[in-house]
Design a protein around this ligand. Sequence first.
Ligand code: C5P
Length: 222
Amino acid sequence: MSVWAVLAAAGRGERLGSDRPKAFARLGGRPLLAESLERLEESGWIDAIVIAAPPDWEEPSILVAEEIAATKVSSAVTGGDSRSESVRLALAEVPEDAAVVLVHDAARPLLPEEVIERVLAPLSDGWDGVVPTVPLADTVKRVEGDRVVETLARDDLVAVQTPQAFLADALRRAVAGDVSAATDCASLVESQGGRVKVVEGDSRLLKVTDADDLALVESWLA
Ligand code: C5P
């Protein structure tokens, strides 16, 4: 059973305020992309990797892979206008005989091997997808403008991270339609009637959005 990873790295990362895309922001002296790429490369579960790179950053992405000797990287494709578009474009490079696809955000540089294992394991028990989650610390409200319209029952809610693992066929079907409104791949699989399981995530899978996040992740690496 071959397991392919799609690394979504094509975001612009405007909130970082850098002159380069987020995947190329510096983290511990090297591009952010190198961190998750290295963890995928070293994972005993992953056979091959496709990177969705920002336009004009395909070549630099391959150079990052070469610098860290990430020999599992098969290609770096040009990403799309949204994360889901980028995943769709990268998935087109995954061979038909791949059984499982793991989708990960390059913006979450610290990728524990045990989370990769946790999201992959249930796929052999009949699940179409598996997502790592963490409990919500804050109360969540639905608002319209500046008015609260609903307070949601926190016990039923979780925050969802990546890596997310899917049976390759389920993910292919999910990204074949309109993906513009989706913020993660699992929601597309769910809307196709796919069964998605939740497993425990990890606080280290923090998504780097601004300079403070970058500094925090850097302090964890030190
Ligand atoms: O923008 P955000 O941080 O939520 O993006 C999550 C992940 O999706 C990031 O790793 C980013 O590089 C990726 N992405 C992408 N293509 C886009 C937008 C975001 O691959 N068009």
